[in-house]
Design a protein around this ligand. Structure first.
Ligand code: MN
Length: 717
């Protein structure tokens, strides 16, 4: 098929042969899977994935991304499974296909601006991998180009969604050509008559307008040549939707909007920008109050330019934008380009390649994997692109924003305090789920209530919102003494059971003694305090059976789990309600200072500290009585192990180079492990010792900047 051939050819212009081969294999699989399926237009279905992949090849996206684009509808619409894609193309491609499939299952319909913003954030949060969003945008772009074949009602729904959700995301990503095309296509389907009238108006006036534009361009060009300035002067035509929006917002007629001529002047450097501004103001009379210096004071998204409005020789007004070529690229591809320049300039002698316009995408794909990073831009971008929060639906289809790790109990308290108090269960996406399940983006949550039910202090172990925590505490403080005692006893029993101990072996005196330690006057008061959530059951166990936890930790200790002191002087961790305890940093996820963490009490291990996003926590969720509140000390000291995975090209000296960068950065290498990923690439995994998240981020940035290094990420569990 001709168009495949074009795709392969285009990929070949920037990808190595084995990558092109992967794209080709993905095409063959997709073609056989979609065999016999048709689009609404009557074309074979495979033409759609090919078109999407071609759009992405135009942005020089990597082979995984193109392969995923070719297969993006396969898991949803054909017998193919996620597993099959993973077996044949690896985890990365499968993960991308999965991400696009999941986005496709949520309908981002909108009613109001605030919801639209939430929908956009939810979509970004769901995507996790930036490439998923980019594939989704390319998918949407091709669907919009071929929207005319669908029933009219559907056209309008898709166009509305595109205008409200997808075009703004393209804009935020700096994909301006995509944004413009999405807007114009949506506009044409939503307001066909108005769009036709505008197109007609533009067509009628084109000749006349071109004449005026040419004359002004020539006049400016001539003037600049006289003073020896090299510049490109271009007349700009506004796109359809932006003309329409201006008419709407400022209540202007088509003539009034269209009579404003706009020009862009591109020059070499910043001083020349101001020089050109002076010439323009000399040629045409400037309109007071309309000059803006975004070079001295850039816009929040990094945009820089000089803007001025002047009187044109034919009586109307015209706008000039004056900027350097660098600034122009930023305005085309967004704030990410700005960041890329900075890197390129800091680096030794990276010349600006013709691909500079695409490089930022690759860079973005890299930084999204990074641990914390203090650079202002990254923070901005991360907040913007990958919100820390989770976005979930209420059963009415409204969106609630919650902090990451929030549970159905947090959800219930966010809706209403009484719903929180009375919550006995939850349905997530239609299925009964545990109250301590961490909610995920896009989940649809329904709370089951019982008016007799009252909150339970064990909830304090897993809720993450301040609202839920304080409402539960407040309730526990005011509840009946007997209820609190019974609750406390139950919690202590469960904790003991879980540790292979028994409440039956706890004497009245022992309880009393521990109670006194906590300045309480009886064993019953101790149980009451546990029941009210002020003292954790594990802390009581530690005093009832002194040394028990530590002893077992010593006997059954696994191989070299790093230990940290807690609660003592110089301790790195603070464990609420416990004293002088040693905690282990879990080897599955290697938490380092400032990672969000949680403690887990286990027989033979004492407290093991995991990262909040450790996949293993899933299993531990069934034992809420063993969860322990753990926080990092204000300034933890020492070196903490962490695993960093890199993908490098098979060239001499890469490993040695990385090792010396790591040493320069003041980190120890504990362990190195390398294996071939394919004939050209190696996966090298380092276990390092770092001081914390900032140190790690610095180190990863250093390694990432090296020749031959293609990917750097922190290993998660
Ligand atoms: Mn599609």
């Amino acid at each position: 098929m001709l168009r495949t051939h074009e795709l392969i050819e285009e990929a070949g212009t920037y990808l190595p042969p084995e990558d092109v081969d992967q794209v080709h294999r993905a095409y063959l699989l997709a073609a056989s899977l979609h065999e016999g399926q048709q689009r609404a237009s009557g074309d074979p279905y495979i033409t759609h994935p090919i078109a999407v992949a071609r759009i992405l090849a135009g942005y020089h996206m990597d082979a995984h991304c193109l392969a995923a684009a070719l297969l993006h509808d396969a898991v949803e619409d054909t017998p193919a499974t996620f597993e099959q894609v993973r077996e044949q193309f690896g985890q990365e491609v499968a993960g991308l296909v999965d991400g696009v499939t999941k986005l496709g299952q949520v309908h981002f319909e909108t009613r109001e601006d605030a919801q639209a913003e939430n929908f956009r954030k939810m979509l970004l949060a769901m995507a996790q991998d930036l490439r998923v969003i980019i594939i989704k945008l390319a998918d949407r772009l091709h669907n919009m180009r071929t929207l005319g074949y669908l029933p009219e009602a559907k056209q309008r729904r898709v166009a509305r969604e595109t205008l409200d959700i997808f075009a703004p995301i393209a804009h935020r990503l700096g994909l301006n050509p995509v944004k413009t095309e999405l807007e114009d296509l949506s506009f044409k389907h939503l307001y066909p008559r108005r769009a036709r009238a505008l197109v007609e108006g533009l067509r009628r006036e084109r000749g006349n307008r071109a004449h005026i534009t040419d004359r002004i361009e020539a006049a400016v060009q001539r003037d600049l040549q006289e003073v020896g300035v090299e510049a490109e002067v271009m007349g700009r035509e506004k796109h359809l939707y932006s003309i329409y929006r201006k008419m709407q917002q400022k209540a202007l007629s088509f003539q009034e909007v269209h009579d404003v001529y706009a020009f862009r002047i591109r020059v070499e450097d910043v001083p020349t920008c101001y020089l050109v501004l002076g010439r323009v103001h000399n040629l045409f009379k400037p309109i007071p109050g309309r000059f803006k210096d975004y070079i001295a004071i850039p816009k929040a998204n990094g945009y820089q330019s000089l803007h001025t409005v002047v009187v044109n020789p034919f009586g109307g007004v015209m706008e000039f934008q004056i900027r350097t070529r660098d600034m122009d690229l930023v305005s085309e591809v967004g704030v990410a380009a700005h960041w890329q320049y900075k890197i390129a300039r800091e680096g030794q002698d990276q010349e600006s390649s013709p691909d500079a316009g695409y490089g930022w995408l690759q860079q973005l794909l890299q930084i999204q994997q990074e641990a914390g990073d203090s650079a202002e831009f990254l923070e901005h971008l991360k907040v913007d692109l990958f919100p820390e929060e989770v976005y979930v639906f209420t059963h009415k289809g409204e969106i609630l924003r919650l902090p990451r790790g929030a549970t159905p109990v947090d959800f219930a308290y966010t809706v209403h305090t009484e719903i929180g108090h009375q919550c006995v269960g939850a349905r997530v996406n239609g299925r009964i789920a545990s109250l301590r399940t961490a909610l995920r983006n896009g989940d649809r949550v329904e709370i089951l209530t019982d008016s007799e039910h009252r909150p339970n202090s064990s909830w304090l172990h897993f809720v993450v919102t301040g609202k839920a925590r304080s409402a539960i505490r407040h309730h526990l403080k005011t509840q009946e003494r007997e209820t609190a005692v019974a609750l406390g006893r139950g919690m202590l029993e469960r904790t003991l059971d879980g540790l292979g101990l028994s409440f039956a072996h706890v004497s009245e005196e022992a309880l009393h003694r521990v109670g006194e330690h906590f300045q309480l006057d009886s064993g019953e008061a101790l149980l009451e305090t546990i029941g009210r959530g002020s003292i954790l059951a594990p802390a009581v166990v530690q005093h009832l059976f002194p040394g028990y936890l530590d002893e077992h930790a010593r006997v059954e200790e696994g191989p070299e789990e790093p230990k940290v002191a807690a609660n003592g002087a110089g301790g790195n961790l603070f464990v609420r309600g416990m004293e002088d305890i040693v905690a282990n940093l879990a080897r599955c996820c290697y938490p380092i200072p400032n990672d969000p963490i949680v403690g887990f009490l286990s027989l033979g291990r004492g407290i093991t500290v995991h990262r909040r996003d450790c996949p293993n926590l899933h299993e531990l969720a069934h034992h809420p009585e063993k969860w322990v509140d753990v926080e990092w000390a204000a300034e933890p000291e020492g070196a903490f192990p962490v695993t960093v995975q890199t993908v490098v090209r098979n060239t001499k000296g890469v490993l040695a180079g990385m090792a010396s960068r790591i040493a320069e950065c003041g980190a120890n290498i504990d362990h190195v492990q390398a294996e071939d990923r394919d004939p050209l690439h190696k996966v090298i995994q380092f276990t390092l010792e770092v001081e914390g998240r900032e140190h790690l981020a610095r180190l990863m940035r250093l390694i990432r900047g090296m020749n031959g290094v293609e990917r750097v990420s922190r290993k998660k569990g």
